[in-house]
Design a protein around this ligand. Structure first.
Ligand code: NAD
Length: 429
């Protein structure tokens, strides 16, 4: 087959070095030479299938009307309905949502879930909204994207600053709009509304399973391992708890309020309780407070960025003293930093497998909603472990065979699955 030709599109050729979409495109450039015949169809991975930008006007409690900007991007739907979270953050923008949706395409395919990739968000600081304003924002945003989401079309989930209450409002709004209760339209819902046991902890749980698997191959036992974690929310908080429970030493934790350190290992249960009460780790009074930048100089066995993207920059990669970076966050490492870490012999376990626990249990939730038959926590955790361990093992083997990084290997596995499905389906019309 002749290679596809592609006139450059403005939104597809970001020149901003900080652009997450640029990072994604560079990752695709790196994988294409390893795709054999399927490389001729790789242009489809450099495009988003569908991009929706919506105006979200709401009444504030004081009677004023404020407009927010919202997004839902479906990067690729070849393998099934779109899947990906909804992010509320003041820096959310189209470029970021496009990249996050593309990473969901890669992630669902790397773990072999029957989904495509999607993502959404609203440019808002939710901490500045009242509970009622947050509900109005969520309901209006859901109505605006209603026509492209649905249990068979695209299934949102929580991401940064969104939670199961927001999923409940989304499910209710979608259900009101279509005229019947449709629990399967979102995952990460409360248990009472068709949520799955184990979903809340699934991503952190998956980070831990993957660190354990990587550690076994790299000769880093979990017991006694020194661990630093950036982000103490849904992902980082649960991962920290599991490392501590398995006798690792969690020597540093950073959130947006500050960084705390203890060479002997922090008391994670106490830190978690105190951070919840005081609004962050900085005011928790546990461990020694150190500067934000000093976090990256701490010697560790596992370094876990589990906050936001773009944190492992080239400059930080040259200073980091760890044996393995386990990417709990999406897109935390720049391509230049990836190279620098590889040159220094530091393994990077990529986000698309390391944090795939959440989407895997979201898949379980969606399956349970369709069948209205709910599983036990033990069933959820065993199936999660089996899927993640299998996916990691496949990616590890491809990395060894092709002598490429684990990220490139994960992309090879995922892109082959997406492009092969595309090839078999053919091009409409
Ligand atoms: P969260 O909102 O629960 O927690 C985010 C944490 O990061 C908080 O502790 C916050 O204080 C911290 N943080 C934010 N900005 C920071 C900064 N500049 N410096 C240091 N710390 C900062 O979010 P989450 O659900 O834990 O998600 C974290 C990351 O994991 C995101 O990249 C998200 O896309 C990714 N992820 C989440 C899930 C999930 O199931 N929640 C699944 C896959 C990937």
């Amino acid at each position: 087959m002749k290679p596809e030709t592609a006139p450059p599109g403005l939104s597809y050729s970001s020149s901003n070095p900080e652009s997450p979409w640029r990072v994604y495109l560079e990752q695709i450039d790196r994988v294409v030479p390893h795709l054999g015949e399927l490389a001729s169809q790789a242009e489809t991975l450099r495009r988003c299938k569908r991009v929706l930008v919506v105006d979200v006007p709401i009444h504030m409690d004081d009677g004023t009307r404020v407009h927010f900007e919202g997004y839902r991007v479906q990067h690729n739907l070849s393998r099934g309905p779109g899947k990906g979270g909804i992010r509320y953050h003041p820096n959310v923008g189209l470029d970021e949502v496009m990249a996050l949706s593309a990473w969901m395409t890669i992630k669902t395919a790397a773990v072999n879930l029957p989904f495509g990739g999607a993502k959404g968000g609203v440019r808002v600081d939710p901490k500045k909204l009242s509970f009622k304003e947050l509900e109005r924002l969520t309901r209006r945003f859901t109505s605006e994207i209603n026509m492209i989401i649905g249990p068979d079309k695209d299934i949102p989930a929580p991401d940064v600053n969104t939670n199961e209450q927001i999923m409940a409002w989304m499910m209710d709004t979608y259900s009101m709009n279509v005229g019947h209760t449709a629990t399967g339209v979102v995952t990460g819902k409360p248990l009472a509304l068709g949520g799955s046991v184990g979903r809340h902890r699934a991503t952190g749980q998956g980070v831990f399973f993957i660190a354990r698997e990587a550690g076994q191959r790299l000769g880093i036992p979990i017991e006694g391992a020194r661990v630093a974690i950036q982000g103490f929310g849904n992902v980082g908080g649960v991962a920290a708890e599991l490392f501590a429970a398995n006798r690792s030493r969690v020597v540093a934790v950073q959130d947006d309020s500050g960084t705390v350190y203890s060479d002997q290992g922090l008391d994670i249960a106490a830190l978690s309780a105190a951070a919840k009460a005081s609004g962050g780790v900085a005011a928790a009074g546990i461990g020694e407070k150190i500067g934000m930048e000093a976090f990256w100089d701490i010697p560790t066995d596992f370094l876990i960025p589990a906050a936001i993207e773009g944190q492992v920059t080239l400059e930080r990669a040259n200073r980091i003293k760890t044996r393995a970076v386990i990417e709990g966050a999406n897109g935390p490492t720049s391509p230049e930093a990836d190279d620098a870490l590889a040159e220094r012999g530091i393994s990077v376990i990529p986000d698309v497998v390391a944090n795939a626990g959440g989407v895997t249990v979201s898949y379980f939730e969606w399956v349970q909603d369709f069948s209205s038959f709910f599983w036990s926590e033990d069933q959820v955790n065993k199936r999660l472990e089996r899927i993640l361990v299998g996916a990691f093992s496949r990616i590890w083997d491809v990395a060894q065979q092709k002598r490429v990084s684990l990220r490139t290997a994960a992309y090879v596995v995922a892109c082959e699955r997406v492009l092969d499905q595309r090839r078999i389906r053919g091009l409409y019309p």
